[in-house]
Design a protein around this ligand. Structure first.
Ligand code: NAI
Length: 242
């Protein structure tokens, strides 16, 4: 039997990058994958490829997330897995960061995670089963130059995950976080070779991670096998944070 057979899984930010790889992995493992993203073209194309569904959802919008949750429940009757993966950056030093840059990142990376967790937990706890995986980052643990907004959200996600683990555990719902390191997404691979080499030199494995590496961690945490892992933050970073 496949690891996610008969599971209904929502992947936010599923149209691109790590989220796309996650949708492909989850579909291959038997899940009915539902993509919540702003990128309609890529999301619909992927949904067709994996026999999944695409919903245009801005996760930062509480009402929109509520409507989408209702639609999924009406169609499928349950939501087993939530992968809170959507995220953005608006980098600037503290000196130069505008309140708007700060707020945009808080709205998507932190409030978006709250919005999805808030709406979906009601159905998971009622069903007595659920797996929530939130996306943090290596920088949420160690900080990073020029990323006050992003780091605040990624550290916040770790705290949020621990609270949900405590609040929802008795209801059969686990909450965990994944902290990716340097992942070779299109954006990273478009950087100059010397920058990529510098990134690799900071990783004990000497390599960048692949989107599939994060998808594999999400998949494990979303599976039955991870039932006794709750409130953890799993670093998937080639040992960068050791
Ligand atoms: P990406 O930029 O390739 O994909 C993010 C997806 O989220 C896009 O499809 C975008 O349309 C969607 N999205 C953005 N705002 C949204 C919103 N308000 N509502 C719904 N969808 C929205 O990003 P990537 O690199 O795949 O990152 C995925 C997650 O992993 C993010 O949370 C990111 O912070 C985290 N991460 C990524 C790392 C990397 O090296 N790529 C390292 C550490 C963490």
């Amino acid at each position: 039997m496949k690891r996610l057979e008969n599971r209904v899984a929502i992947v936010t930010g599923g149209s691109n990058g790590i989220g796309k790889s996650t949708c492909q992995k989850f579909a291959a493992e038997g899940a009915k994958v539902i993509i919540w993203d702003l990128n309609e073209g890529a999301g619909n194309q992927l949904a067709n490829e994996i026999d999944g569904e695409f919903y245009m959802v801005n996760t930062a919008d509480y009402e929109a997330v509520g409507k989408a949750t209702k639609a999924v429940i009406e169609k499928h009757g349950k939501i087993d897995i939530l992968i809170n993966n959507a995220g953005i950056t608006r980098d600037a030093t503290l000196k130069k960061m505008t309140p708007d840059q700060w707020q945009q990142v808080i709205d998507v990376n932190l409030t978006g995670v709250f919005n999805c967790g808030k709406h979906i937990q009601a159905h998971m706890t009622e069903a007595g089963y659920g797996r929530i995986v939130n996306t943090s980052s290596v920088v949420g643990i160690y900080g990073n130059f020029g990323q006050s907004n992003y780091v605040a959200t990624k550290a916040g996600v770790i705290g949020l995950t621990k609270v949900w683990a405590r609040e929802l555990g008795r209801k059969g719902v686990t909450a965990n976080a994944v902290a990716p390191g340097f992942i070779a997404t299109d954006m990273v691979m478009a950087m100059p070779d010397n920058v990529i080499d510098m990134m690799k030199s900071k990783v004990p494995t000497g390599t960048l991670g692949k989107p599939e590496d994060i998808a594999n961690a999400y998949c494990f945490l979303a599976s039955e096998e991870a039932g006794y892992i709750n409130g953890a933050t799993i670093s998937v970073d080639g040992g960068m944070t050791v």
